[in-house]
Write a protein that binds this ligand. Sequence first.
Ligand code: HEC
Length: 140
Amino acid sequence: MFKRSKFVVVLVLAVFTLFVVVACAESTKKLFLTATLVPEIDSIATDTNEPDASGPDIDNGESKFKSLGCSGCHNTDSRKLVGPGLAGVGSKGDDYMRTSIVDPAAVIVDGFNNLMPKKFGDAINGDDMDDLIAYLNTLN
Ligand code: HEC
């Protein structure tokens, strides 16, 4: 009888110990998860902030304007060349400028011919396009 109750006590202790071990393991796992998740969330937050913090690169926009050959047809003041001078074109809006560049035939400026190349949609990546639009917005 004595032996049996001792066995029960040992069994209860063993089960209790098992619970403690499992519980500790669970909270260690949770600790570990928090420790790895927090830096990830931090880096996601930093990533999304980066484009806003730096903004479009107007200097890059200007060099794209030259290297893509825009400046061969467009003056940056209001004098006509092959195409209209682009001073003040920013007042027509970013969407209008994007369309004029990517799909020039969509809107033909009065008094000009449809001479603007159609390749720019493929030739200019998203960031360069943003920079180019930002540059055009600086022209007065
Ligand atoms: C071969 C000559 C040529 C080149 C190169 C060229 N354009 Fe044009 N562009 C034109 C002509 C002509 C027009 C007017 C006809 C029209 O609306 O498509 C025009 C129109 C535009 C307009 C609309 C202007 C307005 O007053 O509404 C914008 C903006 C523009 N071009 C930007 C660009 C940019 C940016 C580049 C370089 C990525 C470029 N163009 C390259 C000839 C050219």
